[in-house]
Design a protein around this ligand. Structure first.
Ligand SMILES: [Zn+2]
Ligand SMILES: [Zn+2]
Length: 367
């Protein structure tokens, strides 16, 4: 059984054109061969994702697929022919519109022309924060690598003094068309690699590619209240595009480490506070640390029970992107001493006599 195209992209059957497109980008990024070199499974997945998008992004093919399923779109030898007598000639264009998005404009559009400008790849970096840093917010220095314009040749790919010429093989289109049986295939020009231009003497630094991998150091402003999984976007922080396409974006994902004392529950913080049995019975107050590094006094009401939760309003985490703070939840733990002094023992025995009149659960059960 062939996998359902909608399932392959992870969208519902009612997904809009833009939902399908963004689902495809997400899916294709995950298993892109450049990201998972040598991973056969990722490669298979990548093919499936592309096949699904080829169909679902084309209104005509999508309709055929919705109506007839895989049979509607897979009748021809090439996979995407058959449903339309004149469909064969379009193969190059289908691939151009789909793969062009990923392979950096390797395929030209219908009729050639200028090589397709392609936006650079989005990148992701992870940032580790302590809970205190997440509380405060901070400016954090982040280092990562990205593909940038070659500094030596300013992106031209040509060694100083040598010129850049239009590629003769493809006439500057970046793609060449050749015939294979029924199919007229458009392929990336092997001589210029899709750029449409060739250099006389390639730049020594980038070997004519016009780009180089560079280390970037940027400062990211992390707002207070972030939690693990929150991702900040740095516009144009990703790889440079090809053929004049813009930069991709950089995504900075937050990872907030666990804290020794505080547990996080949304915007609330939770802390365990040991109290004594007399404190629980008679009431009193204890001091509890806050994430800010201060101490707050917490009232223990008379008759506090085991696992009662006392709320210190506004002593939790700042609400991300909003005003205000969560609460500090104090989990009361009534401590039972393992050792007692003889005086304590005497008092407890006295107390036991006083409370001894109470029936046990067992007795209550048979009453
Ligand atoms: Zn260069
Ligand atoms: Zn060429």
């Amino acid at each position: 059984m062939k996998e359902d195209y909608y399932q392959v992209l992870g969208v519902s059957r009612t997904a809009s054109e833009s939902e399908i497109k963004s689902a495809y980008r997400r899916a294709a990024m995950k298993c892109h061969p450049d990201r998972c070199p040598g991973d056969k499974e990722a490669e298979e997945r990548f093919k499936k994702v592309n096949e699904a998008f080829t169909v679902l992004s084309d209104p005509q093919k999508k309709q055929m697929y919705d109506q007839y399923g895989h049979d509607g779109v897979n009748a021809g030898a090439g996979g995407f022919g058959g449903f339309n007598a004149s469909g064969f000639g379009d193969v190059g264009d289908i691939f151009g519109s789909v793969f062009g998005d990923i392979f950096g404009g390797g395929f030209g559009g219908r009729g050639g022309g200028k090589p397709r400008a392609q936006r650079g790849e989005d990148l992701k970096v992870d940032v580790d924060l302590t809970l205190e840093q997440a509380y405060e917010g901070m400016e954090k220095e982040v280092s990562y690598h990205r593909v940038e314009r070659c500094a030596a040749c300013d992106g031209s790919g040509a060694e100083e003094g040598s010129s850049v010429k239009t590629c003769r093989s493809c006439g500057g289109r970046g793609s060449v068309v050749y015939q294979q049986g029924f199919f007229s295939m458009r392929q990336t020009c092997p001589d210029c690699g899709g750029k449409g231009t060739v250099v006389e003497k390639p730049c020594k630094k980038c070997r004519g590619s016009g780009v180089e991998r560079v280390k970037e150091n940027i400062t990211v402003k992390i707002p207070s209240g972030v939690r693990t999984g929150v991702t900040l976007r740095v516009s144009n922080g990703g790889d440079i595009g090809t053929n004049g396409g813009g930069y991709g974006d950089l995504y900075v994902e937050m990872h907030v480490k666990e804290h020794k004392i505080f547990k996080r529950d949304g915007d609330n913080l939770v802390i365990d506070a040991p109290i004594t049995y007399p404190q629980a019975v008679l009431g009193g107050s204890i001091k509890v640390p806050t994430i800010e590094g201060k101490e707050v006094e917490v009232e223990i009401p008379k008759g506090t029970q085991f696992a009662d939760v006392l709320k210190m309003q506004g002593c939790g985490m700042p609400k991300l992107g909003k005003k205000g703070f969560g609460d500090l939840l104090v989990n009361v733990k009534i401590e039972v001493p393992k050792k007692t002094t003889s005086r304590q023992k005497e008092l407890l025995e006295e107390l036991a006599k006083e409370t001894g009149g109470k029936k046990s659960l067992f007795e209550k059960l048979f009453d």
